[in-house]
Design a protein. Structure first.
Lengths: 123, 469
C-alpha cells in the first residue's frame, strides 16, 4: 500500500471522526423534554456521587460496579424516601458513610434526573 | 490475527530472537523501569481484585480496612496502570531499534517514568484514604490528571522525535504505537469534559461522552499493545514482509475505525440520537472480518506453534490469540442490540473486560517483557515452573471467564427485566456458586501470573539469570 493512500485513509478517518464527534457533542445529545437540564442541586448531587465513589458498587447507564444494584431507575421503582434511607443508614453490604441529610437529598435529586431520562429502561 | 507469520528459525535457536543472536541488545533503561513498575502494579492490582472478589462472598471481610469501594478502584487502576506501563516500556525499548535511530531522549523517558510512578503512588494513597472525586475508572481527585497529561506529553515528544517525520516508510507497528499514543491523550481529555457545564448539566451528553471516552481509551491502549505484538512476531519469525503488507494495513485501519466509532455499542440503553447506535452497530460488525481472519489463519498458527513451542514469548502470544478469538466472538455477540439489552450491566460485560485485559493485553505485555529479558541477557527462560504458571494462568482465566458469564446469565434470566433492582439480593444468592468460582479461580490466576512475572522481576531488578531447565 503506497504512502499516499495510507495518509489519505488516515486523514479521511480523522476528518470523519471530528465531524462525528462534533455531532455527538451537540445534536446527538441535545437537551429535550425527557432529558432536562440538571439544576444546581442535582449537579451538587452528581459531585457527591463522585466524592463517595458510589459508582464503585452501583451503575448508572451501565457505568459502575456490580456488587450493588443498578440505580438508573431506582427512584421510580423504590421512591425518594427509600433511596435517602439507604444512603443515610447503609445496609449489610453498603457502608454507613455518615452522609448529611442535605447530601442524601442532593444525590437523590441527581438520581431523579437520571431516572427521568431512562426511557429505554422503561420500555 | 496476531500469530500469522511463517517461521524461519530452527528449533535449536528458537529461544533467542533471530535478529539478536549475534549482537547485544541495549534498550532504553526507562523502558525496563516501566516494565518493572508495571509488573509490580499488575501483581498489586490482582491482589486487590482477589480481596474484592472475597467481599462478594463475605461482605464483612476487611470491610473496615479495604472496603469494596476502595478495593475496586485500586484493582482497576493498578491493572490499567500495568497495561500503560507495559506498553510504554515496550515502545521505549523497541521503537528506536525498529527505526534504527537512538531514543530521542533517555532523560525525558526517565522523567516520564518518575512522574508516572509518583502520580500513581499518590493515587494509591488517595484511594487508600478514601479521597475520590473522579469518574468510573478515573476515580482519583481531578488534579491528578495534570501530571498524567504532562507525563504522556513526554512520551509523545520522545516517540515522534525518535521515529522522525516520515511514518510512511515504517512497518505497521510504528503506526499503531503512534496512533495509540495520540489517541490516549485525546480520549483522556475527553474523559474530563464533564468539568464543563454544558456536559455536566446534560445527563445524556455526560453519560454518552463518558462511554465514548472510556471505549476509545481501551481502543487506544489496544493499538499500543497490539503494535507490540506485531513487533514481537516479526522479531520471532524473522519475517518482515507481513508488517508492511496491504492486508496488515487493512486490519490496522479497520482497528482504528473501531477505536474511533464503535464505542456507541455501550450506549444502546442511553437515550441519545439513534444514529449514534446505528453507526456503532455497523462498525462493531466489521469486527467479524477480524474474527474471520483469525479463523482463516488458525491452521497456520497451529503449525507455527509446533515450531516455536519453546519460545516463551511466542507461547504467550499464542495464548493471547486464543483470548482474542473468544473475546472478539463475545464482543460481537453482545454488540447485537437485542442481546445487548439483556447482557449490558451484567457480569457478561465484566467477562469481556477481564478476558481482554488479562487474556490479551497482559499476556502480550508479558511476552514483551520475556522477549526483552531474552534479548538483553541472551538467555532462555523456559523452565518447568514457567509451564506451571502458563497453564495455571490460562486455565484459571478460562474458569474465571466462564464463571463471570455464568453470573451474567443468571442475572439476565432471573430478573424479568435485567435492570430491575427488586431481586438484587436474590440474584446475589442465586449467583453464589459463580461468585465462589470466580473468587477461587481469581486467586489461582494471581498465583499463575505471579509465577510468570516474579522471575522477570528478579532478572530485571537483580540482573541475575534464571536457571535453565
Amino acid at each position: 500500500m503506497s504512502s499516499n493512500y495510507k495518509f489519505l485513509i488516515l486523514l479521511t478517518l480523522l476528518i470523519t471522526f471530528l465531524v462525528y464527534t462534533a455531532s455527538v457533542y451537540t445534536k446527538g445529545t441535545a437537551l429535550s423534554e425527557s432529558n432536562p437540564r440538571l439544576d444546581t442541586a442535582a449537579i451538587q448531587g452528581k459531585v457527591l456521587w463522585q466524592k463517595y465513589n458510589c459508582s464503585s458498587c452501583h451503575q448508572v447507564y451501565g457505568l459502575g460496579g456490580f456488587i450493588g444494584p443498578d440505580l438508573t431507575t431506582t427512584i421510580s421503582q423504590k421512591g425518594d424516601a427509600y433511596a435517602r434511607a439507604i444512603m443515610l443508614s447503609g445496609t449489610k453490604r453498603m457502608p454507613h458513610y455518615g452522609m448529611t441529610e442535605q447530601e442524601a437529598d442532593a444525590i437523590t435529586k441527581f438520581l431523579s434526573y437520571v431516572d427521568s431520562t431512562a426511557v429505554h429502561y422503561k420500555r | 490475527m496476531l500469530i500469522q507469520q511463517p517461521s524461519t528459525i530452527s528449533a535449536s535457536k528458537a529461544t533467542l530472537p533471530p535478529n539478536n543472536q549475534s549482537k547485544a541488545f541495549s534498550p532504553s533503561k526507562a523502558g525496563t523501569l516501566f516494565l518493572v513498575s508495571g509488573i509490580i502494579s499488575l501483581l498489586a492490582g490482582m491482589l486487590y481484585g482477589v480481596l474484592g472478589s472475597v467481599q462478594y462472598l463475605l461482605p464483612d471481610f476487611l470491610a473496615e480496612t479495604i472496603p469494596f469501594y476502595k478495593a475496586r478502584p485500586l484493582h482497576v487502576s493498578l491493572v490499567i496502570a500495568w497495561i500503560f506501563q507495559g506498553a510504554a516500556g515496550s515502545i521505549y525499548s523497541y521503537a528506536p531499534a525498529s527505526v534504527k535511530r537512538p531514543l530521542f531522549s533517555e532523560t525525558l523517558a526517565r522523567v516520564h517514568w518518575i512522574l508516572f510512578v509518583v502520580t500513581g503512588l499518590g493515587i494509591i494513597a488517595s484511594y487508600t484514604f478514601g479521597h475520590f472525586g473522579g469518574r468510573e475508572y478515573l476515580e482519583y481527585p481531578v488534579w491528578f490528571a495534570i501530571p498524567i497529561i504532562l507525563s504522556w506529553c513526554l512520551i509523545i515528544v520522545n516517540y515522534f522525535k525518535t521515529v522522525g517525520g516520515s511514518l510512511s516508510k515504517y512497518p505497521v507497528y510504528i503506526w499503531m504505537w503512534g496512533t495509540g499514543i495520540i489517541a490516549f491523550l485525546v480520549t483522556y481529555f475527553e474523559a474530563y469534559l464533564w468539568l464543563f457545564n454544558s456536559v455536566q448539566s446534560n445527563t445524556v451528553r455526560d453519560i454518552t461522552i463518558q462511554w465514548k471516552a472510556n471505549g476509545a481509551m481501551v481502543g487506544a491502549w489496544n493499538q499500543m499493545v497490539y503494535g507490540t505484538a506485531f513487533y514481537l512476531m516479526e522479531r520471532i519469525s524473522g519475517n518482515k514482509k507481513a508488517s508492511y503488507s496491504r492486508i496488515t494495513f487493512f486490519f490496522y485501519f479497520l482497528g482504528l475505525t473501531n477505536l474511533l466509532f464503535n464505542w456507541g455499542h455501550h450506549t444502546y440503553i442511553v437515550p441519545s440520537a439513534p444514529w449514534i447506535k446505528n453507526i456503532a452497530y455497523i462498525i462493531s460488525m466489521t469486527e467479524l472480518l477480524i474474527l474471520g481472519n483469525i479463523i482463516w489463519n488458525w491452521r497456520k498458527t497451529l503449525t507455527d506453534a509446533q515450531r516455536h513451542y519453546h519460545v516463551v514469548p511466542y507461547r504467550l502470544l499464542l495464548a493471547s490469540d486464543f483470548w482474542i478469538f473468544v473475546n472478539l466472538a463475545l464482543a460481537i455477540l453482545i454488540s447485537i442490540p437485542a442481546v445487548n439489552f439483556y447482557t449490558h450491566g451484567t457480569h457478561i460485560t465484566v467477562a469481556h473486560a477481564m478476558g481482554a485485559t488479562i487474556g490479551i493485553n497482559t499476556l502480550i505485555l508479558l511476552a514483551s517483557a520475556y522477549f526483552l529479558v531474552i534479548a538483553i541477557y541472551q538467555k532462555s527462560v523456559t523452565s518447568k515452573l514457567f509451564n506451571v504458571g502458563y497453564w495455571l494462568t490460562n486455565i484459571s482465566l478460562l474458569v474465571f471467564w466462564i464463571s463471570l458469564l455464568g453470573a451474567g446469565v443468571v442475572k439476565s434470566l432471573q430478573a424479568k427485566h435485567p435492570f430491575s433492582i427488586d431481586p438484587y439480593e436474590k440474584y446475589l444468592e442465586q449467583s453464589l456458586i459463580w461468585f465462589r468460582t470466580f473468587s477461587y479461580s481469581g486467586f489461582a490466576l494471581l498465583i499463575g501470573l505471579s509465577i510468570l512475572s516474579v522471575p522477570l522481576l528478579r532478572i530485571f531488578i537483580n540482573k541475575t539469570q534464571v536457571r535453565n531447565n
